[in-house]
Ligand binder design. Structure first.
Ligand code: SAH
Length: 490
């Protein structure tokens, strides 16, 4: 039996030990506030059981959870009891461990990164500081401070020489502030509330003990949130980092195929965006009868998928390209070739078929045999242009792009998007024809003119078009657009 902390929300803050245990567990019993994707690494046959509270429904009683843990432990199953943050900080992990100990069930405790330290850190607030706080207290804000016999000694908290960090205190914030100042804490002392800390949707409201409750109410901050009281909260003005990222607060939908989405998604997340993967397409390899590559003097690749499937067709043997000159449209395609030990001879500056034709302008093509390896549905600009110049062109369709229907949950999540990105004409077509509709408030971002004109064909005007027609270019354009809008809003 393992009592495991899953950290405050950012999946990157899960410990190595927690991931190891989740990956090998027979069963995972989890709470509400665990990071999204925390269970992704669980075995497909593992039992995943939610035992947390659901709004409007009675929670599974703690005693029932304890009994369940004891039963599973006695049955000799490998069980992970997964909790948000640290299991022994306001997580009732102590009680669960006691129940296990009383029943003689062996257990291990895996500490986690606790929200009371991590949420302030992500907001630019160190909970201790040589000049501002030599001590920190973790306090529950869940107690009804008006109730007689509260476990909290408000006089002592008011006198506490350091930072106060309240968990579960949003509902009671007005009373907490009142009690503290009533007991003598300076009402001008800095305070900050960090909601959804460490997640892309993190929000911070800052103020003083006198006005923090009002500001939080105005900002309609919702739990989970941490409240920090202390001079350290002022450091946020200099140290805030997450909330200053160019795409912080943006929800960006990525419509490209799931297998290709990770680079774009990763880049967007690094810039602070919350990413929704709503793939509109999927790449379906076609059965191919690849002609002998050594019969060609020029081989053109138009996409990384084409490169990948070409090499699959030649069983990975790079000698297939030993005799031909190699052309690649786009740096991603060139990089995919490089991954197979091939340095493309021609990489046009413009990453479209027309660009490749321009780049080949000086090259004699008369009677040369050219192979174009590409998608079934690609435009005929390239083969037609090559034939006009006298080349003998064969086209091999290595894959086709098929629709990936949008799930209900994805369609729902999409309503929150502030940007929808399109990285090819096929993402536009399949997204719109597959019933996807960008919310009216979302800005549409296109990777280049071809994709933009497909958007216009569907009656949509792109708000952002990348200058460089690749992932870097798209990310740069989005980031510039978001920054400009924020500056404009100020
Ligand atoms: N064991 C957990 C705390 C559980 S109590 C830990 O160590 O972090 C639940 C409270 O934790 C919430 O009411 C809130 O105050 C805080 N909390 C959890 N996740 C949070 C987050 N992402 N941002 C801000 N506060 C969070």
């Amino acid at each position: 039996m393992y009592l495991v902390g899953a950290g405050p929300g950012d999946p990157g803050l899960m410990t190595r030990r927690s991931l190891e245990l989740i990956a090998t567990a027979d069963a995972v019993l989890y709470d509400r506030l665990i990071p999204p994707q925390a269970l992704d690494g669980a075995r497909p046959d593992a039992e995943l059981r939610y035992v947390g509270k659901e709004p409007g429904k009675p929670a599974v009683e703690q005693e029932q959870i304890n009994d369940l843990l004891v039963d599973l432990g006695r049955a000799g199953r490998r069980v992970v009891r997964l909790k948000g943050g640290d299991p022994f900080v306001f997580g009732r992990g102590g009680e669960e461990a006691e129940a296990l100990a009383a029943a003689g069930v062996a257990f291990e405790v895996v500490p986690g990164v606790t929200a009371g330290v991590a949420a302030p850190a992500y907001a630019g607030i160190p909970v201790t500081h040589r000049d501002a706080a030599s001590a920190v207290a973790f306090v529950t804000g869940h107690e009804d401070p008006a109730r007689d016999g509260s476990a909290l000694d408000w006089e002592a908290l008011a006198r506490f020489p350091g930072t106060l960090v309240f968990y579960m205190g949003i509902k009671n914030l007005p009373l907490i502030a009142e009690r503290l100042t009533g007991a003598g804490r300076d009402s001008g002392e800095a305070a900050a509330v960090v909601a959804r800390g460490t997640l892309a949707a993190q929000r911070t409201v800052a103020g003083t003990l006198a006005d923090i409750a009002e500001r939080v109410a105005e900002a309609e901050v919702r739990p989970p949130a941490i409240t920090v009281v202390g001079r350290v909260a002022e450091l946020r003005e200099t140290l805030a980092w997450l909330e200053r990222r160019p795409l912080h607060g943006e929800v960006v939908a990525v419509t490209r195929a799931r297998a290709q989405a990770s680079e774009l998604s990763g880049r967007l997340r690094e810039l602070g965006a919350e990413v929704l993967e709503t793939p509109a397409i999927r790449i379906e390899p076609l059965p191919v009868d690849l002609p002998d590559p050594s019969d060609y003097s020029l081989i053109c690749f138009t996409s990384p998928n084409g490169v990948r499937l070409f090499f699959a067709a030649v069983s990975g043997d790079a000698r297939a390209l030993a005799r031909a000159r190699v052309a690649a449209i786009g740096p991603g395609t060139a990089a995919a070739l490089r991954g197979h030990g091939i340095e493309a001879d021609v990489v046009p500056e413009r990453f479209v078929a027309e660009g490749l034709l321009e780049a080949l302008a000086e090259e004699p093509l008369e009677d040369r045999r050219v192979l174009v390896a590409r998608a079934a549905e690609a435009r005929d600009v390239l083969p037609d242009g090559l034939r006009e110049r006298g080349a003998v062109v064969d086209v091999v369709a290595l894959y086709r792009t098929v629709a990936e229907p949008l799930g209900e949950a994805q369609a729902e999540a999409l309503k929150e998007a502030t940007y929808v990105t399109f990285t090819s004409s096929s993402t536009v077509r399949y997204f719109l024809e597959g019933g996807g509709s960008p919310p009216g408030t979302a800005r549409l971002a296109s990777i280049g003119p071809v994709t933009s004109s497909t958007l216009r064909e569907h009656g949509l005007e792109p708000d952002v078009e990348a200058e460089r027609h690749d992932i870097d270019g798209l990310v740069a354009a989005l980031s510039a657009d978001a920054t400009a809008r924020r500056a404009g809003a100020r």
